[in-house]
Ligand binder design. Structure first.
Ligand code: NAD
Ligand code: TYD
Length: 361
């Protein structure tokens, strides 16, 4: 029976992971530590509100005393570190929070583990990171675990920095760490500032679909549940001190994704009277597409070689993009109260500001 601390467990991937790990390992005790920033949402975990073995703690990764007492009193032996500022555009507008949480916060968490774990027997610290630490690819090639770090955005640089700290704590202090670097995720509970949920909601509501630059940037998409299953496997069997790249081998150009979302929604809504009344629209939603000013330093292409985790730990992604995107669209259609609450809040001010700025090409 593990005593697991999941940081950032009220966010997108963290909450999907908490829901999965409760299903797979009901004998564990899980502590979810989350600051509940704009991206954290307890609604994501509401199906666990009666689960006595899943305890929510509101708190900051930088609060050493809180972390220290959790380790000491609860005997935490497993850490999964999701907590982060996670949006590239926000990191361009204001990098400070990214340094505070992603760099200093990870450092604080490492210190709490180092102080409390007298030995590293049956202890594991899994740090969740991104493929963006590797920078940008040309038209060919893949990121492997050997690719040199070359982060281009403040977000990527802050994650790279946290990865280096995690690595250093293993080499210097022997801390029992493992790091995963994953490609772009999509699926239920993703905050609608990221490409896929933003496009689904805007297309539903008949709002503009802002495609940055020429729309030909490529991301390698992974359904969030596949990522969470990989984390579960790495947590159980990953070799200490190693890193594992995780990706779905699903490369898509942004413009193709936006077109596909429009096609699926057009077809779904046209053939369903209730949806057609809820989301009226004349013609194809593709006419909502606007090419807008590019993101500064916009990485051109990401693609992951996940051969190592497949060969060594037997993980395989189950969803192709074509199936995962349909499940995701259905989830957003069926969970309108979840996103209505978000888009009626102050998040919209940020979105409108970004959008207006980008219209000036
Ligand atoms: P998210 O923004 O949806 O969630 C982040 C969570 O962390 C939120 O619940 C937030 O409240 C919490 N948090 C932020 N600052 C905190 C602090 N100081 N103390 C405690 N909690 C804090 O992010 P996500 O998309 O779920 O990403 C989770 C992790 O996975 C991140 O580390 C991210 O870098 C990594 N990752 C994300 C993707 C992706 O496509 N979303 C891909 C690869 C890796
Ligand atoms: P995003 O979801 O922000 O993830 P990341 O930047 O971490 O890869 O963006 C995915 C891609 O979509 C990226 O190339 C930027 C692009 N994009 C748009 O074209 N329009 C948008 O409104 C957003 C949010 C992203």
């Amino acid at each position: 029976m593990r005593k697991m601390l999941v940081t950032g467990g009220a966010g997108f991937i963290g909450s999907n992971f908490v829901l999965l790990t409760r299903r797979l390992h009901p004998e564990d005790k899980v502590f979810v530590l989350d600051k509940l920033t704009y991206a954290g949402n307890l609604e994501n975990l509401k199906s666990l509100s009666d689960d006595k073995n899943c305890i929510f703690v509101k708190g900051d990764l930088n609060d050493f005393d809180l972390l220290d007492s959790l380790f000491e009193k609860e005997g935490i032996d497993t850490v999964v570190n999701f907590a982060a500022e996670s949006h590239v555009d926000r990191s361009i507008l204001g990098p400070k929070a990214f340094i505070e949480t992603n760099v200093n916060g990870t450092f604080t968490l490492l210190e709490a583990a180092r102080r409390n774990w007298k030995d590293f027997q049956n202890k594991k610290f899994l740090h969740v990171s991104t493929d963006e630490v590797y920078g940008s690819l040309g038209d060919t090639g893949f990121f492997t675990e050997e690719t040199a770090y070359a982060p281009n955005s403040p977000y990527a640089a802050s994650k790279a920095s946290s990865d280096h700290l995690v690595r250093a704590y293993h080499h210097t202090y022997g801390l029992s760490v493992v790091t995963t670097n994953c490609s772009n995720n999509y699926g239920p509970y993703q905050f609608p500032e990221k490409l896929i949920p933003l496009m689904i909601l805007n297309a539903l509501k008949g709002k503009h679909l802002p495609v940055y630059g020429d729309g030909l940037n490529v991301r390698d998409w992974l359904f969030v549940e596949d990522h969470c299953k990989a984390i579960d496997i790495v947590l159980e069997n990953g070799k200490l001190g190693e890193t594992y790249n995780i990706g779905g081998n699903n490369e898509w150009k942004n413009i193709d994704i936006v077109n596909l979302i429009c096609e699926i929604l057009d077809e779904k809504i046209k053939s369903d009277k209730t949806l057609a009344e809820q989301y009226p629209f004349e013609g194809s939603r593709k006419k909502l597409i606007h090419f807008v000013k590019d993101r500064p330093g916009h990485d051109r292409r990401y693609a992951i070689d996940s051969g190592k985790v497949q060969r060594e730990l037997g993980w395989r992604p189950e969803d192709k993009f074509e199936t995962g995107i349909r499940k995701t669209i259905d989830w957003y259609i069926n969970n309108r109260p979840w996103w209505e609450r978000i888009i009626s809040g102050q998040y919209m001010d940020y979105y409108e500001m970004q959008y207006k700025e980008r219209l000036v090409k």
